[in-house]
Ligand binder design. Structure first.
Ligand SMILES: O=C(O)C(=O)CO
Length: 258
């Protein structure tokens, strides 16, 4: 049976962040995932305690957590490729490892970052490779996997297709660095998702879904999400499916009962 994880950074946003794990549980889910909940790499200890406590008290499993990604509301999509932010990223890795070990979380999405206009692209990709290798080594100690995700809607984000991300993964050469196949982002970027699934499902570290156009719940657009999920499972993917879509005016989980 497919296990779904509610991405509680994009769903349940009518509630304060610390109430979302319990709301996911009340809606019938046993797993949640989050983007890094703060715009600083290392927030106050009390904020971290609040986050960990909310997940523990809700009785849900944190199945995925993004590393610090800069100021996402302001448009950032990661800091991994930023040579000037390596200390910050590494301090964040330490905190993510601590949170993960407390909560038993094993999957960590490292958003790559936008190309900075005028910056040396080779220096950016060098920093990205170093940071990804660093993060992969840090989480390998407890069986963790670092995820690398092609993203849409951000022109200066260099990883647009599965092939873009797989090339970086190959260059880093860490066994626990894997592709995050977000079917929405791949489809919007014009990738051939059925082909990516057929060729790479066994290498996926995680799958996330939203329909397109619109990034809404499955059924609000025209992507064959269930077909792609089934094909990925037949191809060897056995992890949870992250529900990473924007809720409309109706119950965002109604499609699961239809
Ligand atoms: O920034 C986004 O759109 C993401 O999917 C982050 O994980």
């Amino acid at each position: 049976m497919t296990r779904y994880a509610v991405n509680a950074s994009i769903l349940l946003t009518d509630l304060p962040i610390l109430e979302r794990p319990a709301a996911a549980r009340a809606a019938g889910f046993d797993a949640v995932e989050f983007w890094w909940p703060w715009t600083t790499a290392v927030p106050e200890k009390s904020e971290v305690e609040g986050f960990v406590g909310a997940i523990e008290q809700a009785g849900v499993q944190l199945t995925g957590l993004n590393f610090f990604a800069g100021d996402m509301p302001a448009g950032d999509r990661g800091v991994v490729n930023n040579p000037g932010r390596q200390d910050e990223f590494r301090a964040n890795v330490e905190l993510v490892v601590d949170i993960a070990q407390r909560l038993g979380c094993k999957h960590f999405n490292a958003l790559y970052g936008l190309h900075t206009e005028g910056a040396d692209a080779a220096a950016e990709s060098g920093a990205a490779r170093e940071n990804l290798a660093y993060a992969a080594k840090a989480v390998a100690a407890f069986g963790g996997t670092v995820l690398l995700e092609p993203v849409s809607g951000a022109d200066r984000y260099p990883l647009k297709t599965a092939a873009d991300a797989l090339a970086v993964i190959d260059a880093v050469g860490a066994d626990n660095l894997r592709l995050l196949a977000d079917f929405y982002h791949l489809a919007v970027n014009g990738d051939d998702v059925a082909k990516v699934v057929a060729e790479h499902a066994h290498e996926f570290g995680h799958i996330q879904i939203a329909d397109a156009p619109g990034r809404g719940a499955p059924g609000t657009g025209d992507l064959p999400l269930q077909d792609w999920i089934s094909a990925a499972q037949q191809g060897g993917y056995d992890g949870p499916i992250g529900l990473e879509y924007v809720a409309g005016d109706t119950d965002p989980f109604a499609w699961l009962n239809s």
